[in-house]
Design a protein around this ligand. Structure first.
Ligand code: COD
Ligand code: ZN
Length: 365
């Protein structure tokens, strides 16, 4: 049994740092010492769901983890104590229809997505009370316990407090461009919403050889930031209709437009930005119905979703880290702020201003 400090969400109130008990790793489990955990917008969705009621608590959020294997349970063969790992928050089963087809992000039986919530025996406790692992991870903690397929061994020379972002935002964004949309060289692209995910879509499009990459956001400072990831142009959506502005810059319609916010209105904008045969890709989590002009389908426009960058974590995560170490993708400018665990609530307040790309929490800071 290990006792660790974790930021616990118990309802509508801010998270509090508490002592949490954690069992030793059992068969097929890996105990990871968390070095850093990125602050992703999906955790803000969870916090908002706790405020309005439907989220089960107590829960420890945080799923963008870079860490070092502390101990492995019986039968674990892919990692050993001391290995550097990035957590894959939705361990695929490798056996269902979608896994066999190669669509690992669509796995229908992910291992332990939320521990106690799925009936799995809870592994974290607070004075005997079970505590959930949010999104199956619990990264705002000194340690996390993952199934073997939920950790990916990464190279030792990669800084874990940067490459932790590959556990969600980088893979989601770059993967949306290169895996889901398969952006082709020379194409014209727009990306709406320049948070940690949107900026990675921008650099995914650059990696794929896009000609024009038009970045769209309502916060003016995001223009200069997006340029560091390969955006060729910026549209401030607070200053007028972004569809008209994008078309003016591109001299017409685009081949691809990505939505990375999660609003119905921006999905419609993305769809209206693409030309006949073009593709609008929804990356944001959209909790509402979406309206698009139906006749546009006669022009073979496509409206598609993307989840976790259509990634195969064991393949994509090390490859993306190599691209970073070779200077081919930019992760350093994604980390706007580093904070200790006790400032996790402030990191979410920063996210709500739209000013930061990503904050990274150091659980021992
Ligand atoms: N027009 C343009 N930009 C806007 C608008 C608007 N109307 N409203 C907000 N924005 C900007 C903000 O200024 C901000 O820059 C950006 O949109 C949103 O950024 P963040 O940092 O709040 O969010 P991210 O980048 O962390 O984004 C995450 C998503 C919002 C895309 C979230 O829905 C998500 O994580 N989707 C991915 C789904 C998925 O595959 N998830 C995997 C597990 S998380
Ligand atoms: Zn995430």
């Amino acid at each position: 049994m290990t006792t660790m400090q974790s930021a616990v969400l118990r309802g509508p109130d801010p998270m509090q740092v508490e002592s949490i008990d954690l069992g030793a790793p059992e068969a097929g489990e890996v105990l990871v010492r968390v070095v850093a955990c990125g602050v992703c917008h999906s955790d803000l969705h969870s916090i908002n769901r706790a405020k309005s009621g439907p989220l089960r608590t107590p829960v420890i959020l945080g799923h963008e983890v870079g860490g070092i294997v502390e101990e492995v349970g019986p039968g674990v063969t892919s990692v050993k104590a001391g290995d550097h790992v990035v957590v894959a928050f939705r361990p695929n089963c490798g056996q269902c229809y979608f896994c066999l087809r190669g669509d690992l992000a669509l796995c229908e039986r992910p291992d332990n997505p939320d521990r106690a919530a799925t009936g799995a025996r809870p592994r974290l406790h607070s004075s005997g009370e079970p505590v959930l692992q949010g999104v199956g991870v619990a990264g705002y903690s000194e340690y996390t316990l993952m199934p073997e397929r939920g950790v990916v061994k990464v190279r030792d020379d990669a800084p874990l407090d940067v490459v932790c972002l590959v556990g969600c935002g980088v893979t989601t964004g770059v993967g949306a461009a290169i895996n889901t949309a398969k952006v082709h060289a020379g194409s014209d692209v727009a990306v709406i919403g320049l948070g940690g995910v949107g900026l990675n879509i921008v650099q995914g499009a650059r990696l794929a050889g896009a000609r024009r990459i038009i970045a769209v956001d309502t916060v003016a400072s995001k223009g200069a930031l997006a340029a560091k990831f390969g955006a060729t142009d910026f549209v401030n959506a607070a200053e007028g209709d972004p569809v008209a502005a994008v078309q003016k810059i591109a001299g017409g319609y685009l081949d691809y437009a990505f939505e990375a916010i999660g609003l119905g209105v921006t999905v419609t904008q993305a769809f209206n930005m693409v030309r006949r045969g073009g593709t609008a890709v929804v990356v944001g989590v959209v909790g509402q119905d979406v309206t698009v002009p139906g006749l546009a389908f006669l022009g073979e426009k496509k409206l598609i979703g993307s989840f976790f960058g259509s990634a195969r974590p064991q393949y994509d995560i090390p490859r993306l880290i190599d691209l970073y170490m070779d200077g081919k993708i930019n992760l350093d400018d994604l980390v706007s702020k580093r904070r200790p665990l006790r400032e996790v609530n402030e990191a979410f307040a920063d996210m709500e201003t739209g000013e930061v790309a990503r904050s990274v929490i150091n659980p021992r800071g």
